[in-house]
Design a protein around this ligand. Sequence first.
Ligand code: AGP
Length: 615
Amino acid sequence: MCGIVGYIGSQRAYDILIQGLKRLEYRGYDSAGVALVDCDGKMSVHKSHGKVANLENVAQAGNINGTLGIAHTRWATHGEPSDINAHPHVSQSGMIALVHNGTIENYAVLKKVLTDHGYEFKSETDTEVLVQLIEYIKLTSSCSLLDAVREALLQVEGAYAIAVVEQNDPDTMIVARKSSPLVIGVGDGETFIASDATPIVGYTDQVIYLKDNEIGVIKRNEPLQVLSLSDNKPSTISIQKLKLSLAQLEKGGYDTFMLKEIFEQPATLRDCLRGRIVDGCSRVTLSGVDLNKERFMKAERITLVACGTSWHAALIGKRLIQDFCKMPVEVEYASEFRYGNPVLNEKDIVISISQSGETADTLAAIQLAKEKGAFVYGICNVVGASIPRNTDSGTYIHVGPEIGVASTKAFTGQVTVLTLLALSVGQLRGAVDQETLSTVLSALSKMPETIEEALKVDNEIKTLSRVFAYAHNFLYLGRGYNYPTALEGALKLKEISYIHAEGYPAAEMKHGPIALIDHDMPSVVIAPNDSLYDKIISNVQQVKSRGGAVVAIVSKGNTSMSDIADYCIEIPNVPECLTPIVASIPLQLLAYYIAVNKGKDVDQPRNLAKSVTVE
Ligand code: AGP
């Protein structure tokens, strides 16, 4: 949610910043901007609403020189997407420029104070308040930019990652973070900063993840300094090696990142499973669980917290943990959990699930759970993100960077890890029998090949997607393990095609949503051969009797559904608990092709951002 990038070195900053913005565009894309400081101490600021390509058109008509610069791609929170509200924001004198990811909660109070001191505001943003406050402090206290930034941040409530430059100092950039991510890339005579590591890949693999309440002072040809915001004392700097490659950030011949990520799933699940199923598919090893056996043995309850697609994975996780660990499980939206006065103690385990590892609500839920004494476990994709750094232990899903805003490979990776985790804890607590364990593990170990098989419906779904050009509403139905799969299928469709879609437990449909069904309202029913198959058949009949078209996702070899449903899509046979992973493949493809047929930008759907770092 908002991407920031910065550069100081000997190359032209503009080129590096624009390329960085394009790599960060998945975080926000309603407007973009850049501020460049050249060696004569002149600052050029270019901004534009819309995508980075618009910014390039605007900037190239002006001065783009300078070897120091900061840039931003925005996801609007305060003020509509427009040229004026785009970052960087510049102080009243024009001397200081700032980019910001996050929200300044007390901006109205600060704005009033500054207005009383004669400051005028051009934009509707909270960010402009911060840059004006920095200038006000600098001028009234005659202090350095660093001291002014520090003092301003002490007055600010909210979340931020910021980068600040000053017109008359082409050798310095100040950065800081609190609850929003910021990575510093240390190169040879050059330094990069970014919201995540993607803009840095290809320049350096040496990175520093700034911690909350730290300020970084980046000076040309001088070692990086990191200070604690509270006492101004130097913090320990830990340089880490970045393991991202350029190929992972490219489309690899596909039209979109989303399609690439859907088709990557055999490979990503192979990476996710690697080394975790051992002893001839008879045992799971997850270091996060193995190193904390006592905690998992003594736990009386598990609560899963997440948002969006990760929350759907959590719902499947609940079923898995109940089935294999035989212990109480709750699932909460992180945003509700954090304000819901949850009753927790040291016998609770809270598992947070997040692709990005930066979701603000999930981070707040973790914080609360820790304060209440719970053991907090993280399931995350992005290595080194805030969630893995703030949890007691955890497991990476290792599916590689997910750039498409609609989550696909992360979802199947999350469900895979949740399956491993449930089996691992179940084996530890003696709650799962060896035969079940071996059957599920053996099917899970073949999941990459199974998904390859599942992807063969691509053409069939492409054709089917054209049938639904008429539909403005969809219902997605599933039961048991596949009720969350239905929610996820519906979310995928709404996110990228803007068609209204509702996921519902199939049997619950008759208590209300059935009133919506008519010839114009198709239903997608997830109906693999599982313990509830016979039940879902009658739910399909209820839809058909009211004239609704039905697309049924059925297990290979199914013969009974084709007499009832209008279209049947086959998925490979797997044990019941693994059907959500396999069934989500045709649902991802269906949403994808319906959106493409409607001419939508599937990688960057309107109003969305990849990682939601604001409340
Ligand atoms: C998924 O397609 C969404 N774009 C969104 O719901 C996402 O899953 C949610 O914002 C949570 O993100 P996280 O997994 O990075 O925490």
